[in-house]
Structure formats: structure tokens, C-alpha cells
Design a protein. Structure first.
Length: 569
């Protein structure tokens, strides 16, 4: 059972009073709305009209409302049970712009549905996929998604398309002042101002844009002419599946899954003072809810959604992590969706303001990706996975004409910097895993060699292999218990051998000896009466398979016995 953190005012399962619940829900809905600007960016690139963009923003709020509530469900296979609201994600911005430019909005919607379904499809493989998503690959995906977003943002920030226009210097002034406000608040701000630095910076940037005359009369007229209340128009909806867009959207869906794992794990930590390890049920439910939300966003004619780390920070900072806030925020989003003037507000944001916000977000993603990569030891294998993959990905942006002249199979994977870089990283990681398993052996005689020597070896290898301390502690305790039990039970003849191996996914401790196989029957069954040594076998079975190792295997070939314990890292 989780332990309630003392610094929370309204904890996970506590419903705030109605007044506070409405205020907290409105705050959450307003913060989620900031990311609606990503819809506007994609629709601008596709040349969509103001009316179509307004309807898309309104439908986007309905998609957010449904997926926010799905995420907060705490029973059944769907939902994590946490206040982990989704937003329109920068992860999908690069692929969506590619699809919009290549095939128009129908391809954006169809491929967004595809990406959401990919995220849901990955759930049953979550544990097994850890071998394909080690920290080097996971961090690289996050970093290169950030770089792809940053390139789009820096073009708008620097006004690359406005160099020869008379208001170019005003464009630069608004862009850099907006970025300075956002960055300044994130570094020197306090409390809620720091947590909402993006929203405050965008609001200030919009004010500056008005002052510098960067908001066109046409856009302002659209705002004035928009009705106060109306249902969004769905006549623009149509869908298209583009095989050439599969790689970037497949990668985006995978990146969204990884990000959701991180967000839900953070939610577990901030809602439980006794947290020790990720709880997989809520993570699986959270990924399913996130994938369904992304699919729904595509069906309703918008871009992809993903759980928002920033909103988790806001809920923690405000001391209110109650899941009931999700339902309140959903209600406000539905109301906002029926107010076209609210949707038009996001179309008024000029490119310098949007560019500043994207550069800010991209910086966090790039930095976060680097932190994930270096969370484990960066050896020569990791170096030659990340380096060539990053250089190849960047070459796609630097030399686009070169890749357009390449062979068809190369063009299939080089549609974007993100797809080329990530596919290269995956291929190199699989290649360099050959011979990557590290192994060390320890042989001792029970009568002369203390278990402390084995513990010292485990901890030294764990440090050298960059394995988390809690995993090493579990492996040490379980190994010592097994060796003690088999010796006390008289099952060993001669020396006992322990072989430690690590393949970047599992730490494996294989205990080998000549003697009798340790039997572990009826794991998990509760009994009140034990005859003779029954309590030993039942207790050890539950201890090994339920408390310490993530998986255990045992076998005997003649008199040679091996007990292998697997610890997920």
C-alpha cells in the first residue's frame, strides 16, 4: 500500500472541495490549451483556412477531454489512475509537418491514428522491448525528436523566411524577448510562475506581437467575427495512409510510449513516499490510455497527443495530484471547445512567439535525451551507436538533395532526420550487442570463503557495469539467501560457483554446484500447516519468485545443478 506524501494538499484518491476542484480543473485545462498551438502550426504548413483550423482546435480540446479522463481511470486495463493529462505533443510535430507537406491533412490524420495504434500494440511487449530500448537508444530517440523540433522552431525564431521583409527586425525582437522571458522564468522564477513559464512567456509574446504590429488585421478580424458559441465543423475530415510516412510515425509512437512510461513512473514516485520500483499495471494502463487518446486525436482531425511531464510538475508544485482534477479539467475543455473565439486565440500567435516556445521545449528534450544516454556507462559500443546515427540524421537536413537521388530502399528510411537517425541507431545497437554480455565468475568453498566476498564482488561489478544500486542489493540478498539455504539443507557436494553476467537488460546470477536440485513447489500458495521442512521450501519459493528476482530458472543435468536468477535493470 502506498504512503501518502505529507507535502500534498489533495492526494491521489482525495476529492477536493467543489470550489477548489473547479479552480484546479480550470487551471489544468488552461495549461493544456497552450499546446493547441501545435495544431495551428501544422495546419498553417498545410495551407488550411482559418475556419478549418478553428474547428480542428475545438475538436482537439474534445480529444484532450476524453483522453484526460481515460488516463485518470484507476480500475480495469485502461488508464493509469493518475493525474497525467495529455497534450498535443512536440513528438508528433515533425512527422505531422512532413505528412502535411507531402500529402496534406488527410495523411496527418491517418498516420496519427496509426501512431496511436502502434503505442497500444507495444504494451504487451513492454518488458521484452527493454532489450531494444536500452538507455542509449531511448535517450537518442528523445534527443533526435528534440533536434527535429528545434530545427522547425529555430527557423521561426530566426525568421528565416522573413529576412527580406520590412518587419524582419521586429520579428527578431519579439522572438528573442519571448524566449528570454520563458527561459528567465524557468531559471529564476519561483513557484507557479516557474512551472507555468511557457504559458506566461507566450502570453507576453502575444502582447509584444500586438505592440510591434506583427498580428495581421485579417487574423484579428477573424477573432472578432468568430461566434461566442458554436459546434465545430467536421466536414474537413478525411483520412489517408501513406506508406512513406510509416518510419517517422512509427518512431514517434515508440517515443510517445517511452515518454508515457517516464511520466507515469514519476506520478508513482510523487504520490508514494515509500516508492521503490515501477508498478507495471498502472504503466501499462497509462500507455493504453495514451495510445487511445492519440488515435482519437487522429480520428477527430488533429495531430498526436502524449502525456505531459510539465503538467505533472505543476500538479506536484501546487500540492494537488488528485485524479478527480482530471475529470474537472475535461469538463472545462469541452466547454472551451464550444467557444470558437477561444480556439481563434491560438491562431493569433505569430511565428516568432511560436518559434521561441518550440526552441524552449526542444532544448528540454535534447537535454533530457542526453541525460538518459549518460545514465549508463557510455562505452565504445554506445559511442559508435550514437555518433554515426546522429551524424547520418543531421546529414539528412544538410544534404536533402543527396538523399533524394539515393536508391529507393534508402529513400524509404530517410524521409526525415528522425527516421534515418533512429533506424541507424537501432541497426548499430543490434550489431554491437554481439559479444556485449559481460561476465565474471566466483568460486568458493563454503567452509573457508565468507559470503562477504561474494557481496563485494557483486557490488563492484554493479558499479563497473553502471547497474542501479537497488538492483544490485536485491541480487546480493537473493544470492546470499540461496547459497545459505542450499548449504544448510545439505544439497551441495564440493564447491559452489556463482557466474554473474549482464547484457544491458538483465543482471543474471547463475549459481552452479554438484548435488541435489533445490525444489520450489507451489509458489504463492498460502498454507497454515507445514510438516517438517515444508516451511523452508515454501518460504524460499515465495521469497525468490515473488520478492527478489524478476525471473528464476533451475535445472539439473545428472548431479550438476544450476539456479539462474534474472534481475531487470
Amino acid at each position: 500500500m502506498s504512503s501518502r506524501p505529507e507535502d500534498l494538499i489533495y492526494a491521489l484518491a482525495e476529492r477536493p472541495p467543489w470550489t477548489q476542484l473547479l479552480l484546479l480543473g480550470a487551471q489544468h485545462a488552461a495549461l493544456m490549451s497552450v499546446y493547441l498551438v501545435l495544431i495551428v502550426i501544422v495546419f498553417r504548413k498545410a495551407g488550411a483556412s482559418h475556419a478549418v483550423t478553428t474547428s480542428a482546435v475545438s475538436l482537439g480540446m474534445i480529444a484532450l477531454a476524453i483522453s484526460t479522463s481515460l488516463q485518470a481511470i484507476w480500475k480495469g486495463p485502461i488508464g493509469s489512475g493518475f493525474l497525467a493529462a495529455p497534450v498535443f505533443s512536440a513528438i508528433y510535430l515533425g512527422p505531422a509537418i512532413l505528412a502535411a507537406r507531402a500529402d496534406g491533412l488527410p495523411a496527418v490524420f491517418g498516420m496519427t491514428v496509426f501512431a496511436g495504434l502502434i503505442e497500444v500494440a507495444l504494451v504487451p511487449l513492454l518488458v521484452r522491448l527493454r532489450g531494444l530500448f536500452p538507455p542509449a537508444i531511448s535517450g537518442f530517440i528523445v534527443a533526435i525528436v528534440g533536434i527535429q523540433l528545434g530545427i522547425v522552431g529555430i527557423i521561426d525564431l530566426l525568421g528565416v523566411d522573413h529576412v527580406h521583409r520590412p518587419r524582419f527586425h521586429d520579428h527578431l525582437a519579439v522572438a528573442f524577448i519571448t524566449l528570454a522571458i520563458i527561459v528567465g522564468l524557468s531559471i529564476w522564477g519561483r513557484g507557479l510562475m516557474r512551472l507555468t513559464c511557457s504559458m506566461i512567456g507566450i502570453a507576453c509574446g502575444l502582447g509584444l506581437a500586438f505592440a510591434f504590429g506583427l498580428v495581421s488585421d485579417e487574423t484579428f478580424r477573424v477573432f472578432l467575427d468568430a461566434p461566442m458559441v458554436a459546434l465545430p465543423d467536421v466536414s474537413y475530415l478525411s483520412y489517408e495512409f501513406d506508406l512513406a510516412m510509416v518510419p517517422p510515425f512509427l518512431i514517434a509512437g515508440s517515443a510517445a510510449m517511452l515518454r508515457t512510461v517516464g511520466v507515469i513512473t514519476t506520478c508513482q514516485k510523487i504520490n508514494d513516499d515509500d516508492w521503490k520500483r515501477p508498478e507495471m499495471r498502472s504503466i501499462r494502463g497509462g500507455i493504453i490510455a495514451d495510445g487511445i487518446g492519440c488515435t482519437l486525436a487522429g480520428v477527430l482531425g488533429t495531430i498526436g497527443t502524449n502525456s505531459a511531464p510539465s503538467l505533472v510538475g505543476v500538479s506536484k508544485g501546487s500540492g494537488a495530484t488528485s485524479r478527480f482534477i482530471a475529470f474537472s479539467a475535461s469538463a472545462f475543455l469541452v466547454v472551451f471547445a464550444l467557444i470558437p473565439k477561444y480556439a481563434v486565440l491560438f491562431q493569433m500567435l505569430p511565428e516568432p512567439v511560436v518559434g521561441a516556445a518550440m526552441v524552449f521545449t526542444a532544448s528540454f528534450m535534447i537535454s533530457g535525451g542526453i541525460q538518459i544516454i549518460v545514465s549508463r556507462n557510455v562505452d565504445s559500443r554506445t559511442t559508435f551507436v550514437i555518433g554515426p546515427a546522429m551524424l547520418l540524421g543531421l546529414s539528412r537536413e544538410l544534404f536533402p538533395a543527396y538523399f533524394k537521388m539515393s536508391a529507393h530502399f534508402v529513400q524509404a528510411i530517410s524521409g526525415s532526420m528522425m527516421s534515418l537517425g533512429v533506424i541507424t541507431a537501432f541497426a548499430l545497437n543490434l550489431l554491437f550487442r554481439i559479444g556485449a554480455t559481460r561476465k565474471v565468475e566466483f568460486t568458493f568453498e563454503s567452509s573457508t570463503t565468507p559470503l562477504a566476498d561474494l557481496e563485494k564482488l557483486l557490488k563492484s561489478r554493479g558499479k563497473a557495469w553502471s547497474i542501479a544500486a537497488d538492483v544490485v542489493d536485491r541480487a546480493t540478498a537473493a544470492t546470499e539467501q540461496v547459497i545459505t539455504y542450499i548449504e544448510d539443507a545439505g544439497l551441495v557436494v564440493g564447491n559452489t560457483r556463482a557466474v554473474l553476467s549482464y547484457n544491458d537488460v538483465d543482471l543474471v546470477v547463475a549459481i552452479s554446484y554438484a548435488g541435489t536440485l533445490l525444489s520450489l513447489p507451489n509458489v504463492g500458495i498460502r498454507r497454515r500447516i507445514f510438516v517438517e521442512e515444508e516451511s523452508f521450501s515454501y518460504g524460499l519459493a515465495d521469497f525468490l519468485t515473488g520478492v527478489y528476482p524478476d525471473r528464476m530458472e533451475s535445472r539439473a543435468i545428472g548431479k550438476e545443478v544450476t539456479i539462474a536468477m534474472y534481475f531487470r535493470t
